[in-house]
Ligand binder design. Structure first.
Ligand code: HEC
Ligand code: HEC
Length: 298
């Protein structure tokens, strides 16, 4: 009997050692991965943005509208007062803003790096979308964040981020894959293209491209050709098949051709994209049409 106990104990400790080793390996990998991501992100940092001394109310109301169309409000709450959903906890921006300079807020939004120089988790779409925001729009958002009253939000925990982030099991699995399959996280996916031109002043097409990049890329992919991961989305060429009226209906009421509700897109359109102006919707539509035409020619 005693012998059997001993054997069980030995086997148990072996298992704990092995699992512990994989966990440690996975943790090291994750740290290395994050360090690389930050390093690449730093390469993208722009020249400083000059903020005007006095902020006029047009800039603030532009920022307010952007906070809706870019659906910051979906995650951070209607007045950016913080919000907890099933997937994530997004901080109360009226509280944390005091710890940030304007330039640091820009860095947080565009580059997804917080004031401590760490990556902002929780799938905030900086890399795919907000990175492309031009100086005027990013200033407008910062001005809007500054203009809000202090809102307390007792419901928001002090630790936040993606609830479906790296679990202990993910780490163990990652460590296991690394030891036995020689698997490494793919760092190259964080090498970004060079910055886009600052402001699309040359016509509706460029404006449409800018709006699509900043508003649609989070889910339809950085080059708008659809995603096949967490989001399973179509190439935005689909939108080129819509007439302008139909396209407006999609972005305002969330109704796709044939009167279909299409999951999260319907929710996003109704609550957030519906704040886009007529001319913005028109610009996106024109751009998607042009994009589809030129990809047919190639
Ligand atoms: C998909 C959800 C999501 C969207 C959309 C989103 N955020 Fe976030 N954001 C988060 C989460 C989650 C965090 C905290 C993540 C962490 O660090 O763990 C965060 C962190 C931040 C921070 C840093 C706060 C701090 O505590 O240091 C700022 C600033 C911020 N977001 C601004 C914005 C703005 C402005 C927009 C829109 C342009 C936006 N976010 C859109 C989820 C989102
Ligand atoms: C938060 C994620 C998200 C964002 C941001 C987003 N979409 Fe979507 N979109 C979806 C999902 C999910 C679907 C449904 C799956 C599919 O058919 O691609 C969808 C579907 C679509 C479709 C297909 C409609 C059809 O006929 O089936 C079009 C067109 C579209 N989106 C346009 C846009 C445009 C334009 C933007 C930016 C202004 C945008 N989406 C931003 C998630 C998003």
């Amino acid at each position: 009997m005693k012998k059997a106990m001993k054997i069980v104990l030995i086997i148990l400790s072996l298992i704990i050692l092995i699992v512990g080793y994989f966990y440690w390996k996975g943790y090291q990998l994750k740290k290395g991965y994050e360090a690389n991501e930050i390093q690449y992100t730093k390469k993208r940092l722009p020249a400083d943005i000059n903020f005007p001394k006095s902020i006029d109310s047009t800039l603030i109301s532009r920022g307010k509208r952007l906070s809706n169309t870019l659906h910051c409000t979906y995650c951070h709450g209607d007045l950016l007062q913080g919000r907890e959903t099933e997937e994530r906890v997004s901080p109360n921006l009226t509280k944390v803003r005091h710890q940030y300079s304007n330039a640091e807020l820009v860095k947080a939004i565009r580059y997804g790096i917080n004031k401590d120089g760490a990556l902002i988790g929780g799938d905030m779409p900086s890399a795919e979308s907000y990175y492309h925001l031009n100086d005027t729009d990013i200033k407008a958002i910062v001005a809007y964040i500054r203009s809000l009253p202090n809102l307390s939000n007792e419901n928001i925990p002090s630790t936040y981020g993606n609830k479906n982030g790296t679990s202990i099991f993910d780490l163990i699995r990652g460590g296991y894959a690394n030891v036995f399959l020689g698997w490494e996280p793919n760092v190259d996916e964080f090498v970004y293209s060079s910055p886009r031109p600052a402001y699309p002043s040359d016509g509706i097409m460029r404006y449409g491209q800018y709006l699509s990049q900043t508003h649609c890329a989070r889910c339809h992919g950085e080059n708008l050709s659809g995603e096949n991961g967490y989001w399973e989305t179509a190439d935005l060429a689909v939108g080129a098949g819509y007439s302008l009226d139909q396209f407006e209906r999609l972005l305002r009421e969330g109704k796709a051709l044939g009167d279909r509700d299409i999951g999260f897109m319907t929710k996003l359109a109704k609550g957030y994209l519906s704040h886009l102006t007529d001319s913005e919707i028109q610009a996106i539509h024109s751009y998607l049409k042009k994009r589809a035409d030129s990809s047919r020619e190639n």
